[in-house]
Design a protein around this ligand. Structure first.
Ligand SMILES: NC(=O)c1ccc[n+]([C@@H]2O[C@H](COP(=O)([O-])OP(=O)(O)OC[C@H]3O[C@@H](n4cnc5c(N)ncnc54)[C@H](OP(=O)(O)O)[C@@H]3O)[C@@H](O)[C@H]2O)c1
Length: 214
């Protein structure tokens, strides 16, 4: 499958490498393609390439938003709504606000970044997921507790949610994915970030996840 990843940070690079290793043809989108030379060398596979945000969006049958939350709307506008139209956009972003020296969310409670993106791109099927785990865990859930922990998924289009659930199982080996329903449920997974930070500070690393015991 042709996959476009808008975003070239740790998450974008980690997802990109894992997807190339699964046999997909991946283009990473960035404003500075030259800074991805090391990533291209590391992946060392003709199925990996780098381009602008709009080139990555045009390339993908499926597209990821792996940009910083504060830059997501700007990056997706640069990617071009015509390149995203009708496609599934797997949105892993978090609305982090680093101003004032304190880590806050710039949208919460009554709205979410996932919903802001959906409103800005009404013809895109936004599916929010993987925003509650580290990049390393996104692509390798079996590295923790034999995969017995949960991922959440939100989105207004039930078929798109089901399609992405299939991809997450197939691409990365996720076994338990809790479908939270429409995109308003992204408010809760984005707001989980404040708990993730405190757990991270307490256990001293990011290799952990939640399990919903029923
Ligand atoms: N890293 C993780 O473990 C993790 C886990 C869960 C969720 N997330 C979320 O996933 C997203 C990506 O995280 P990350 O750690 O890989 O990288 P990041 O540092 O949060 O974001 C880097 C990407 O954002 C783009 N960007 C930043 N400011 C921009 C602006 N003003 N306009 C347009 N683009 C802008 C950068 O573009 P250039 O390429 O041009 O520099 C780069 O591609 C974030 O929303 C993060 O909260 C990350």
């Amino acid at each position: 499958m042709k996959i476009g990843i808008i975003g070239s940070g740790n998450a974008g690079q980690t997802l990109g490498e894992a997807l190339v290793k699964r046999g997909h043809v991946v283009k990473l989108g960035t404003r500075s393609p030259q800074k991805l030379d090391a990533w291209l060398n590391q992946v060392s596979d003709v199925r990996a390439s780098v381009g602008s945000f709009d080139e990555a969006a045009a390339h993908g049958d499926i597209v990821f938003n792996a940009t910083s939350g504060a830059g997501s709307l700007k990056a997706l506008k640069a990617a071009g709504s015509h390149n995203l139209q009708g496609k599934i956009l797997i949105d892993i972003s978090l609305p982090l606000d680093f101003s004032n020296g304190i880590l806050n969310l710039f949208v919460a409670n009554t709205d979410s970044l996932g919903e802001q993106i959906q409103r800005a791109f009404p013809h895109v099927k936004v599916v929010k997921t993987m925003n509650t785990v580290s990049a390393a865990l996104m692509v390798n859930p079996l590295s923790l507790a034999e995969g017995q922990h949960d991922l959440f998924i939100s989105g207004n289009d039930v078929d798109a949610r089901n399609e992405v659930i299939g991809y997450l199982k197939d691409w990365f080996g996720w076994e338990s994915i809790l479908d939270l329903g429409d995109l308003s449920s992204a408010r809760s997974t984005e707001m989980l970030f404040s708990l993730l930070v405190r757990v991270h500070m307490t256990v001293g690393h990011s290799h952990f996840n939640f399990k919903v015991v029923r």
